[in-house]
Design a protein around this ligand. Structure first.
Ligand code: 2CP
Length: 699
């Protein structure tokens, strides 16, 4: 088998176009194109999943929502539905994603911060209190602690009087992309894939109207993948899920129409439309080739506007970006859509920004006439030929993945991480060098700073969760819970029984999410692979620029003075696994002259301090996106000051990520020297670090 190294992939493949090379398209560009004569609603679905598309039913307005407690999120759900949303989408907090109860010491700082805290079926009942689950479809983004969370949803629905056979909704259940980019896994890939297939099996038998997967490209795009790589990775993963379900003897025509898809939609306006059209064709061909019928082959899509395309600088510009991205999703024929709030590069949305995001969709749906025409781009010389190009490009990526051993091997070898990371580095270098325009970031900057942002103070939420868990434990039969949890452990060991059915019994007996997770961890321990970054790519792309060279010289002077490169430890802290930013910073700092080490994910403040003190690091850089920066970074600072020869003044501590300006002083008081927000170029980061370590800390 021929293996292609990342370095061998040609640049035209790695760098998809920001601008089209050909500017005029004519009839001749349509010649030889297949699929043009099929109507919408017919395989291969180039022109749309349904014949009447939005004239029959407009896309579902489904805003990803969740913060604080179940009660608070329930209020937000009801508000969103009363304001025009047509479906629900639950955002869980990081502890829930990773199977920690809110009382777990590793969870405390992050309870309720970036989603709703759910510890048990009782929380789930509070989350959906007063919502008619026969009418409203509910999407749940859950992959790590999927068994107990989905079990809690199903049992809560039953206890609230709904028949699970009638429930409509979607569970994300896409674990492969977690290992590739999103990083909210719990167990290793093999047991995680068994869990995923158990869920498809259980839902296809017992909840036939529930979509058992939302196979996701969105996170690839957020991590740096351009549209056709995003599509290829999504389809490659989908094929593994099909293989696994078919190996379980599930009938393709029974389960496949409930595998749904989820794509990101960024600022590459035309390509995003073409990508969704191409996706339907490629999926339809794959399913039909396996013997699936037309219903099984219909790809249904949820889209979310790009989080990564949002700038922290002049955030109101993000409203415009989101509107444009939403239009791509709609022209591409999405079934369901989330539009980001304009302030999401700063914090979680305020009530005002959440309402504007929802209204963006309402205005598009009700004021523009956009829903009156089925596939308005159909037949366009340009769009049809671009769709075919994306089909071709995606197929080339799929072949490359196969040449590298297929998805699982390419994942294990790190090839997939490298490919995505390298596209991210390319994009970052182009933005930093002002080759890729980013208004307000690398062009037409202003120093406007927004003030109205939402912050979650989670002390009251933690107390409430503690009380709820205590109440739950008082009223349950511990013996019954222990029996159900033991059975779950045994079933994981034997591998022969459906784990969702058993988890539902444990949850019904009032086991918590954490307890169910621990029962599985006895057989399948927490997985924690290393994280790596690519050296020598970002630097090569910046090598012609004077500012890059100026700072590189400064770093080089430090190296000469100490006869070795300055060593910096870079990490994510806590339970957040979004690592595009820290990997880019690690690559950039390494190329500018630092000896950069990246830690594994999910480390505690204690872990980080231990690692930092173990080696001769001159700086510590922490990336935070989860809103728990004040608690967690302060803990690191306090421990360093308590354990080592540091004072607040000479602590070589740097923080990057989504940090509200009002927290700057708290972090600086703790000892943080510089705070880097999204959009900060690498040489500024390097310059600040060198300046600080050489002057303040006397390195
Ligand atoms: C729709 N229907 C139609 C038509 N349109 N029937 C006839 N003519 C039409 N024109 C029917 C469908 O067949 C379906 O019925 C019903 O109406 C609902 O339509 P749908 O198209 O299935 O829409 P939906 O119920 O909203 O479902 C959309 C998806 C679903 C994409 C299939 O999987 C979904 O909602 N996904 C959302 C995923 C999500 O929210 N993810 C959050 C990501 P039948 O059902 O009877 O066929 S947030 C992620 C964050 C960022 C993270 O991951 O970190």
């Amino acid at each position: 088998m021929r293996t292609t190294t990342v370095g061998q992939i040609k640049s035209e493949f790695m760098k998809e176009q920001y601008r089209n090379q050909q500017s005029l398209f004519t009839q001749s560009d349509l010649s030889g194109l297949e699929n043009l004569d099929y109507k919408p609603g017919a395989a291969p679905y180039l022109r749309g999943a349904y014949e009447s598309m939005y004239t029959g039913k407009p896309w579902t307005i489904r805003q990803y929502t969740g913060f604080g407690s179940a009660e608070e999120t329930n209020r937000a759900f009801k508000k969103s539905l009363s304001e025009g949303a047509s479906g629900l989408s639950v955002a869980f907090d990081l502890p829930t994603h990773l199977g920690f109860d809110s009382t777990d010491s590793r969870a405390i700082a992050e309870v309720g911060k970036t989603g709703v805290a759910i510890d048990s079926v009782d929380d789930m009942k509070r989350l959906f209190e007063g919502i008619n689950l026969n009418d409203v479809s509910v999407s749940m983004t859950m992959n790590g602690a999927i068994l107990p969370v989905l079990a809690a949803f199903l049992v809560a629905a039953q206890e609230n009087g709904f028949n699970i056979g009638d429930l409509k909704g979607t569970i994300q259940n896409d674990i492969l992309k977690e290992f590739m980019v999103r990083n909210t896994w719990i167990h290793a890939p093999t047991p995680s894939l068994k869990i995923s297939t158990d869920i498809i099996e259980y839902l296809s038998h017992n909840a036939p109207s529930f979509n058992s997967q939302s196979i996701s490209g969105y996170h690839f795009q957020e991590a740096g993948a351009e549209p056709s790589l995003e599509l290829a990775l999504t389809l490659a993963n989908a094929k593994i899920y099909l293989d696994n379900a078919q190996a379980r003897n599930l009938d393709l025509n029974t389960f496949c129409h409930r595998l749904s898809f989820f794509f990101g939609v960024g600022m590459n306006f035309f390509d995003e439309i073409a990508k969704l059209r191409a996706a339907r064709v490629l999926w339809s061909n794959e399913v039909i080739q396996r013997g699936g019928n037309a219903k099984a082959a219909r790809m249904k899509i949820h889209c979310q506007t790009s989080g990564w395309s949002l700038a922290e600088q002049e955030p109101h510009n993000n409203l415009i970006r989101t509107t444009i991205e939403a239009m791509s999703a709609i022209f591409g024929g999405t079934q369901s859509l989330h539009t980001n709030a304009f302030d999401e590069a700063l914090s979680i949305p305020t009530e005002e920004s959440a309402r504007l995001a929802l209204n963006t969709q309402l205005i598009l749906q009700e004021e523009t006439g956009i829903t009156d025409i089925v596939d308005p781009w159909g037949g366009s010389y340009f769009m049809e030929s671009r769709t075919q190009q994306i089909i071709n490009q995606t197929q080339q990526w799929l072949t490359l993945i196969e040449n590298n051993g297929g998805v699982i091997k390419a994942l294990e070898s790190g090839w997939i991480h490298q490919i995505i990371h390298q596209q991210a580095l390319q994009t970052q270098a182009d933005i930093d060098a002002n080759r890729k325009p980013f208004i307000g970031v690398n062009r037409y900057q202003s120093d406007y700073k927004p003030t109205n942002i939402r912050k979650i103070d989670n002390k009251a939420i933690i107390q409430n969760q503690q009380k709820s868990i205590e109440a739950l434990k008082l009223k349950r039969s511990d013996k019954h819970v222990t029996l159900a949890l033991n059975e779950l452990t045994q079933a994981a060991q034997s591998g022969t029984r459906n784990l969702l059915a058993l988890t539902m019994e444990a949850i019904r007996a009032r086991a918590t999410i954490g307890e169910c997770t621990n029962a599985l961890l006895k057989v399948w321990p927490r997985y924690n692979p290393t994280v790596s970054f690519s050296a020598n790519q970002y630097g090569d792309l910046r090598s012609n620029e004077s500012e890059w060279h100026r700072v590189k010289k400064k770093v080089s002077a430090v190296r000469k003075h100490h006869s070795k490169k300055p060593k910096i430890l870079l990490c994510k802290l806590g339970l957040d696994g979004h690592d595009r930013g820290i990997k880019t910073v690690a690559a950039g700092l390494s190329d500018i002259g630092f000896d950069a080490t990246l830690t594994p994910l999910f480390l505690t403040p204690e872990d980080i301090v231990e690692l930092f003190l173990k080696d001769n690091y001159c700086a510590l850089g922490i990336s935070m996106l989860s809103g728990s920066h004040v608690e967690l970074v302060s803990k690191v600072a306090n421990k360093l000051v308590a354990n080592a020869s540091f004072t607040r003044d000479n602590l070589p501590l740097f923080v990057g990520g989504i940090i509200p300006h009002e927290d700057d002083q708290l972090l600086k008081d703790a000892g943080v020297k510089s705070i880097f927000r999204p959009g900060t170029v690498i040489e500024v980061i390097a310059d600040q670090i060198v300046m600080n370590i050489t002057t303040l800390t006397n390195y």
